[in-house]
Design a protein around this ligand. Structure first.
Ligand SMILES: NC(=O)c1ccc[n+]([C@@H]2O[C@H](COP(=O)([O-])OP(=O)(O)OC[C@H]3O[C@@H](n4cnc5c(N)ncnc54)[C@H](O)[C@@H]3O)[C@@H](O)[C@H]2O)c1
Ligand SMILES: O=P(O)(O)OC[C@H](O)CO
Length: 330
């Protein structure tokens, strides 16, 4: 596994390029924006999505998907709602058995498909893995210490992936629980919006701790229903990522929630951002998926009501606080 292809040159794809290069791999980074490709190759910076980091030599940007598909491993790092189309574009170029490592965090709108299901459909001969966990791109790009979950059903292949991308400061922990890893990463974004709302509305630290904890219960219920294991959700891809995202203003999901809590309109907040805020697009899909499985996810439903149904924020908060008392088990 000497060459790593990365599809998607947003902040996370660029940070993964930086860390894979630090691990000694030859890196090819695909971007859809040709001006960005020229910029990265000329200046070793991604001025659109990660401007503050200079990249090591040995990372080549391209607009040609064939160059990425020719690599030993391909990391899929587009926003979740675009992963299906991107994987379908890769399909004619795919060589059977090449690992496809899903690094996007979300659930597909409409189909309610997990990212593994989306990629399985588009690339049926790929060996699928999921990389998830508490990872702000800028910190990874700067080489600050970070630990992630790398989930792969084939543990021997998973170990080779860990060895290919791991470094002393980018530490993958191996798992075989893909469902747990990907549901943790997808749902924590919705919960982080809720935590941002609480902070922006001035509801206090107690309320945020309660949301994180009861959010964990929601996230775990959904993961178990999809075949995941509770202990995975207690690890980096669940609790670890939820703690990070639900308590840091660096998070795009948390900061969007904070602005909503302050009373700003969703459209205005989104209009100011180039970066993707995945929880906005996943909230509805999570709630619909949970509904189809008969699972209660009241915090995610509250976020969905605010974001997608124009519900008035204080009314939604009052409704959450008026739910019947219940026992604490998951
Ligand atoms: N940024 C992080 O810290 C971080 C960390 C872990 C995981 N992730 C996940 O990685 C994924 C990518 O996020 P990011 O932060 O790199 O994005 P970003 O916000 O930095 O950049 C947006 C990306 O979306 C791409 N894009 C926009 N429209 C597109 C389209 N129609 N088709 C394909 N691509 C399109 C852009 O080219 C760009 O690569 C998300 O699922 C995110 O949750 C991000
Ligand atoms: O900035 P956010 O909220 O998209 O979160 C980024 C990563 O997913 C954190 O692990």
């Amino acid at each position: 596994m000497n060459s790593i292809g990365i599809v998607g040159a947003g902040a996370w794809g660029t940070a993964l390029a930086a860390t894979a290069r630090r691990a000694g791999r030859a890196v090819t980074l695909w971007a859809r924006e040709s001006e960005l490709v020229a910029d990265i190759n000329a200046t070793r910076r991604n001025s659109l999505y990660l401007p503050d980091v200079e990249l090591l030599c040995g990372i080549r940007a391209t607009t040609d998907l064939a160059e990425v598909a020719a690599c030993d491993v391909v990391l899929l790092v587009t926003p979740a709602q675009h992963l299906g189309a991107t994987a379908r574009a890769l399909a004619p170029l795919w060589r059977p058995g090449v690992p496809a490592v899903i690094c996007a965090k979300g659930i597909e709108q409409g189909s309610h498909a997990m990212m593994t299901e989306v990629v399985e459909r588009a690339l049926p001969t790929a060996a699928i893995a999921v990389l998830s966990g508490p990872t702000f791109a800028i910190e990874v790009a700067r080489g600050l210490p970070t630990a992630v979950t790398l989930a792969c059903a084939d543990v021997e292949l998973g170990q080779r992936l860990v060895d290919a991308i791991g470094t002393p400061t980018f530490r993958p922990y191996l798992s075989d629980d893909l469902a747990g890893a990907e549901i943790g990463g997808a749902v924590k974004n919705v919960l982080a919006i809720a935590c941002g709302i609480v902070e922006g509305r001035g509801l206090g630290d107690n309320a945020r701790a309660a949301l994180i904890t009861r959010g964990m219960a929601e996230l775990t219920r959904l993961a178990v229903a999809k075949g995941g294991r509770p202990e995975t959700l207690m690890g980096l891809a669940g609790l670890g990522d939820l703690i990070l995202t639900a308590s840091s203003a660096q998070s795009r999901n948390y900061s969007l929630g904070f602005a909503l809590g302050e009373g700003r309109a969703l459209a205005d907040i989104l209009a100011e951002r180039r970066a993707v805020t995945e929880g906005v697009w996943t909230a509805g899909a999570v709630v619909e998926l949970a509904g189809s499985l008969g699972i209660e996810m009241p915090i995610c439903a509250a976020v969905d009501a605010v974001i997608n149904q124009g519900a008035e924020l204080d009314g939604v908060i009052r409704a959450l606080l008026s739910r019947p008392f219940r026992s604490e088990g998951i």
